[in-house]
Write a protein that binds this ligand. Structure first.
Ligand SMILES: Cc1cc2nc3c(=O)[nH]c(=O)nc-3n(C[C@H](O)[C@H](O)[C@H](O)COP(=O)(O)OP(=O)(O)OC[C@H]3O[C@@H](n4cnc5c(N)ncnc54)[C@H](O)[C@@H]3O)c2cc1C
Length: 284
């Protein structure tokens, strides 16, 4: 269905119009934080290959393109490859009028207040306003949250930004209040993740510490925050963003922020066998 809608946008671009395509990213944690941008760049590239363009809008509830500065810089460069991409930061999708083709976002913005002589800076307050954007094509990434069973239990964080997600220690993955409970995968309420790559690194930590807990030993395994996000920036090029709690964490001796063909080949041909034959058997 999405493909059909995008083909309609392509037709309109081919007829000489300048259609508007909006790509959204919510202000909640999401599975694979880079995914909303992958579809943006791939569809921009799809048009570019036929010398077509559109007004691309990336409307995100977050305040930047990526949390790691070097990757953020690289993505800003990537955006210049394509016909106009406008970033709308701190814009969270609220509703869509499908008939009129208008999306409404809640924008959070800052207002400079009075000068505080003690702090030697201006007070800043945050305000919200509704912003309407007409579109020809829209790709929506929905807001995500913890499974309801977890929200209904006592196992989730009781407050804060991770409210409802499993309240585990960010290194041992042991529950902070129920010592016989350990977390693995997206459900963990920790600063990094939610990627399959993180879950792969959670595995040995969770199992090692769980066994240690059962045997009454000291919990030695530590999760370092490893997260991997293969950012598809055009057909045939990927930035393999690997990072952890400390910053960039490359598995290979290459500059992480650089888009490369080799990662496209890796993603296309290696990940599936790696998943079925190595990860699921607990070999990596
Ligand atoms: C578009 C997209 C692109 C992605 N790209 C990448 C990528 O390139 N690299 C990468 O590493 N990761 C990527 N991810 C993230 C990756 O898919 C997840 O991090 C991974 O699947 C997490 O595994 P999980 O087992 O923790 O959770 P899930 O895969 O979500 O599995 C949880 C399971 O629990 C089930 N469940 C929920 N509630 C209950 C209940 N009450 N009772 C029983 N079962 C229940 C659900 O149905 C589900 O099957 C991507 C995700 C998306 C959406």
């Amino acid at each position: 269905m999405t493909w059909d809608w995008f083909e309609a946008l392509k037709k309109s671009a081919a007829s000489g119009e300048k259609p508007t395509a909006i790509y959204t990213c919510p202000n909640t944690p999401i599975k694979c934080g880079g995914a909303p941008q992958k579809i943006l760049y791939l569809s921009a590239d799809h048009l570019k290959k036929e010398d077509l363009g559109a007004n691309f809008v990336y409307a995100t509830g977050t305040s930047k393109l990526f949390s790691i500065p070097k990757i953020e810089k690289s993505l800003s460069q990537v955006q210049k490859r394509y016909d106009k991409i406008t970033n709308k930061f701190r814009h969270n999708l609220i509703s869509i009028d499908v008939k009129q083709k208008v999306a409404t976002f809640e924008e959070t913005y800052e207002i400079q207040g009075a000068y505080d002589a003690d702090l030697e800076e201006y007070d800043v307050t945050e305000e919200n306003r509704m912003v309407e954007m007409p579109y020809d094509f829209i790709h929506v990434v929905p807001p995500m949250g913890p499974p309801q069973a977890l929200v209904d239990s006592k196992l989730g964080w009781q407050k804060g930004t991770a409210k409802g997600w499993l309240e585990v220690d960010m290194e041992s993955l042991q529950h902070r209040r129920y010592k016989n409970v350990f977390g693995i995968g997206d459900v963990c309420g920790i600063p990094m993740g939610k990627t399959g790559g993180s879950a792969r690194h959670h595995g040995p930590v969770t199992v090692g510490n769980l066994v240690a807990q059962v045997e009454g030993k000291v919990l030695k395994e530590k999760f370092d925050g490893y997260t991997v996000c293969p950012l598809k920036v055009e057909y045939g090029e990927i930035i393999l963003a690997e990072f952890n709690y400390e910053g960039l964490a490359p598995s290979f001796p290459f500059a992480v922020e650089k888009p490369r063909f080799i990662w496209w080949v890796f993603d296309l041909y290696m990940l599936k066998p790696m998943y079925w034959h190595l990860m699921l058997r607990g070999w990596m």
